[in-house]
Design a protein around this ligand. Structure first.
Ligand SMILES: [Ca+2]
Ligand SMILES: [Ca+2]
Ligand SMILES: [Ca+2]
Length: 318
């Protein structure tokens, strides 16, 4: 005669509830009252067995269940406990590039080892199913012009010449450290253009700043502006290091920032802008003036501090 067996998964955990009262008052009923988002778990009300009723995904959630044991006696009594469930990881997510594909412009004659692109890759699995990644250039690396490190940094392996080859299309692969291993692909298009031929001009200028008292409280005071006729050049700003205690300039935006309180007076700042090939400098003169005392509210006029002039830096880097 055939025998039918009903196989059920083992419980994740068994919650044991006990009651010291007599038989008429010790019928315990267990239930999950909180933390069961999406209802992946059930509990046997009598046995206290917690079971999963559908597959769990570590990347979606861990679970902290609140389990309640109640007794329908007179009076009814309730108690609760907390069950923490950690979901162990399987490698079910491939490493993913931050972009579907990349388009990059690079000037010719950059030194060997110049960084073309830092690839950003994300893997949702836990560390042993993600890092370390394995990067490979699958096709398109003609003349072995590029290399890729295992940190995902693409660098030049030769000095690129626009007249020799001005366009590359690399087909890249990244694989994770999981088992079985998962991977993703991307393309990176690289166009080689001429070197920079125009220096970025920057003009000397004077800035007048008004303080509501005998000193200025700091902050952004100006945006240094430079232009470059080489349309793909990226400009970087810097300032004489001697001025760093008082001022700085943001390297990409040219924002001129006063770090702390400044006394009334005159400041000379030497700012440099570079397009990686050329560097030009200019002196920016800041005049910090005090607003006349009658012009701000009803404050009691303060003794006017003698105006001072300070030349803090006149060094040029050409
Ligand atoms: Ca993975
Ligand atoms: Ca996973
Ligand atoms: Ca330029």
């Amino acid at each position: 005669m055939p025998v039918c067996l009903l196989l059920t998964p083992p419980p994740v955990v068994i919650v044991i509830a006990a009651d010291a009262d007599g038989p008429s008052n010790n019928h315990i009923c267990c239930s999950i009252t909180d933390g069961n988002q999406g209802n992946p778990f059930t509990i046997d009300p009598t046995l206290g067995e917690v079971k999963e009723v559908r597959p769990l995904d570590r990347e979606i959630s861990g679970y902290t269940l609140t389990v309640q044991a109640s007794v329908n006696g007179s009076p009814p009594r309730i108690n609760t406990t907390t069950v923490n469930i950690d979901v162990s990881d399987v490698n079910d997510n491939p490493p993913a590039f931050s972009k579907g594909n990349y388009s990059i412009i690079i000037q010719e004659n950059k030194p060997i080892g110049f960084t073309v692109q830092q690839l950003v890759v994300i893997d949702m699995d836990s560390s042993h199913n993600g890092l370390p990644f394995l990067f490979m250039i699958m096709t398109g690396n003609e003349d072995n012009a590029f290399e890729i490190s295992q940190q995902g940094i693409i660098t030049t392996a030769i000095q690129l010449k626009r007249k020799v080859k001005d366009h590359y299309l690399l087909h890249l692969k990244v694989a994770d450290n999981g088992s079985p291993q998962l991977s993703s692909l991307t393309y990176i298009e690289i166009r080689v253009i001429e070197e920079s031929i125009h220096p970025p001009p920057i003009l000397s200028l004077e800035i007048f700043i008004t303080a509501f008292g005998e000193e200025y409280s700091g902050g952004v005071i100006w945006k240094v502006h430079a232009t470059d006729q080489d349309v793909y050049d990226t400009l970087t700003y810097s300032m004489d290091p001697e001025m760093e205690s008082l001022f700085s300039v943001s390297s990409t935006g040219g924002k001129l920032i006063a770090h702390k309180k400044l006394d009334i007076g005159q400041y000379l700042l030497n700012v440099t802008v570079t397009d990686e090939k050329f560097a030009t400098s200019a002196v920016i003169t800041g005049f910090l003036q005090q607003l006349p005392s009658g012009s701000y509210g009803n404050e009691k006029p303060k003794q006017k501090k003698q105006k001072e002039t300070r030349e803090l830096s006149v060094n040029r880097r050409n």
